[in-house]
Design a protein. Structure first.
Lengths: 401, 180
């Protein structure tokens, strides 16, 4: 049975490899434009680069968190997309490197990194224990160390699981995932505060990092659906990632659409009704000068439309519609992060620079090429997981035609 | 003949396994029977489709109620805060849209949930203290370890003799007449 699954997965490798090459070429072309952009407008380059970085970083991290949730909760959906998630976590090394320009551009992005600004601002002086360039850089590497350890162990043990019929690697993954999830959320909360919230160092919101993490998972569901639909047309995943499983992924996405809306609206209503000067500035910048239209766009296409479409079990069971919603969600996640970060730099009104599109595409191409390169390295379904009997499932599929 | 049929609710076949019940339901549906019901202690995948279960319009009722709840929720707050009893609280706008959302949301859910629950009871004729199927001896095992298929006399194809011999051919433990 396992030999057959490996053979079926290997038969798909040329396809995945061609996707890898296409993504890489696309990434390189846009990376060339990015380099041009760097010399045209330094400041804008770093702002757009940060947007691209936190977007693709959220996909890598979303894969890691969802993988741990799968190990904790089980369920067929998890076995169906596990290799997609695992390949997603193996992009973290790439992201570590791609994040270096943020560290180099720290003075372009974060006002608290300027000593003269801090010297003139009492609040920033009080926050300087945490918000200073040295500790920012150190924390950057600490975050990655934690994510690396989690991703490394899970990938190592899943490979061990493929090679043995013993249950110990499975047990280890389950045991790690509990504390791993807690550690992940803690570390990612700090990362969100460091990289994004500190763009406006006077402002604070306790639910902010949770919104970012929920956004990570939302992006991951959308991505898993898009890659999953593609893989589900071929063996070995066609037996496991059936239309019902894809619909389940759509249902999960619906849950996270609502969770995103719930947390985002909670943050908004608390700050809006409090109307305190130190809090309201964040929304004040985002609800005028054209930025409010981006906000309405989010309400319509990040919440209302996907909600209405995904609530209907008949609509989300139709694969072209599900694919379209997932693709739309991938775009709206970028719009959301754009609406969160860009107004922090530009207080004069809505401006969309070409680099805001070019750099996310460049980084995405490179991210995807690494992703596909990793995906084709292993069998597309987990082998020997004691919680899941693939042979029985294959028989079931045979029996029903 | 007509008198016996009016005294009879239907014919009930008892099976030992869910597979037999599912197979019997499919055959009965294939034969043209439509007014029938299956009773099982556990959910059987595909059984609902086999006895010809179709979607009801209950979701439409839920949707209309949800919409009503939303309009009532928002409208009530608007009417109170802006029209009936406007109070200036620290210069805040009377029509504070975002602050109206939580109550609007809650009333949407409340109307939809309570309305669907009540609608479900009415449509199913609940509460129903008496139902003829319980006249069959041993029917309580439908919630333990036996599987039942009942073809009701209201079905146009129902015929006391013919239906009995059809059910008898499905290899049941027993076929019993369900008294009205």
């Amino acid at each position: 049975m396992n030999e057959e699954l490996i053979r079926q997965s290997e038969a798909l490798a040329p396809q995945l490899d061609s996707s890898r090459k296409k993504a890489f070429v696309c990434g390189l072309l846009f990376a060339a434009l990015t380099v041009v952009g760097y010399f045209i407008d330094h400041g804008q380059f770093f702002q757009s680069y940060l947007l691209a970085f936190i977007y693709w970083m959220s996909l890598s991290l979303g894969c890691l968190l969802l993988l741990m949730i799968h190990h904790l909760a089980g369920g067929r959906w998890g076995f169906a997309i596990r290799r997609i998630l695992e390949a997603g976590t193996r992009t973290l090394a790439l992201m570590l490197v791609l994040g270096v320009p943020i560290l180099l551009g720290i003075h372009e992005l974060y006002e608290w990194s300027h000593e003269d600004v801090v010297a003139a601002d009492e609040i920033l002086q009080k926050k300087a224990v945490f918000l200073n360039s040295t500790s920012f850089v150190i924390r950057y590497f600490v975050y990655f160390l934690v994510w690396f350890i989690l991703a490394f162990l899970l990938n190592k043990w899943t490979a061990a699981q493929d090679a043995t019929s013993e249950t110990s690697p499975t047990r280890r993954m389950q045991i790690l995932s509990g504390p791993g999830t807690v550690l992940f959320v803690l570390v990612t909360t700090f990362a969100a505060i460091d990289w994004i919230m500190s763009l406006e160092p006077h402002w604070f919101s306790t639910i902010y990092a949770a919104i970012y993490i929920i956004g990570q998972l939302l992006l991951t569901w959308a991505f898993a659906i898009l890659v999953g639909v593609r893989l589900s047309r071929h063996l070995p995943l066609s037996a496991l990632l059936t239309n019902e499983r894809l619909r389940d992924l759509g249902t999960f996405m619906l849950a996270f659409v609502m969770l995103w809306a719930y947390t985002s609206f909670s943050q908004f209503i608390i700050i809006w009704s409090g109307n305190l000067p130190e809090e309201i500035t964040w929304y004040y910048a985002r609800l005028q000068g054209g930025w409010q239209h981006v906000g309405y766009l989010l309400v319509a296409f990040h919440f209302a439309l996907p909600l209405v479409l995904l609530v209907s079990s008949r609509l989300k069971a139709r694969i072209p519609i599900l694919t379209a919603i997932a693709a739309g969600m991938m775009i709206m996640r970028l719009v959301d992060l754009f609406w969160i970060t860009a107004p922090a730099f530009d207080k004069t009104g809505l401006t969309l620079h070409w680099m805001d599109l070019v750099i996310p595409i460049a980084m995405g191409g490179i991210w995807l090429s690494v992703f596909y390169g990793q995906l084709k390295k292993r069998s597309l379904v987990p082998l020997n997981d004691p919680r899941f009997d693939f042979a029985a499932l294959a028989d079931e599929v045979d029996a029903h035609g | 003949m007509s008198e016996t049929e009016s005294d009879t609710y239907g014919l009930m076949a008892e099976f030992e396994t869910p597979e037999e019940l599912l197979e019997a339901a499919k055959l009965a549906y294939g034969k043209g029977y439509r007014t029938m019901d299956a009773y099982s202690p556990l959910p059987i995948h595909g059984l609902a489709a086999a006895i010809g279960f179709h979607r009801t319009n209950l979701p439409i009722l839920t949707f209309i109620l949800a919409l009503t709840g939303a309009i009532v929720g928002y409208g009530m707050q608007y009417w109170i805060q802006v029209i009936d009893f406007p109070v200036n609280i620290g210069g805040r706008p009377l029509h504070s849209g975002p602050m109206f959302i939580p109550v609007t949301f809650e009333l949407t859910i409340l109307f939809a949930a309570v309305g669907t629950f009540v609608g479900l009871w009415i449509r199913n004729g609940l509460p129903m203290p008496y139902h003829p199927v319980f006249n069959v001896a041993g029917f309580e095992r439908a919630s333990q370890d036996r599987f039942f298929l009942c073809i009701e006399s209201a079905d146009p194809l129902f015929d006391a003799e013919g239906t009995r011999s059809f059910l008898g051919g499905l290899n049941p433990v027993e076929v019993s007449t369900v008294d009205q």
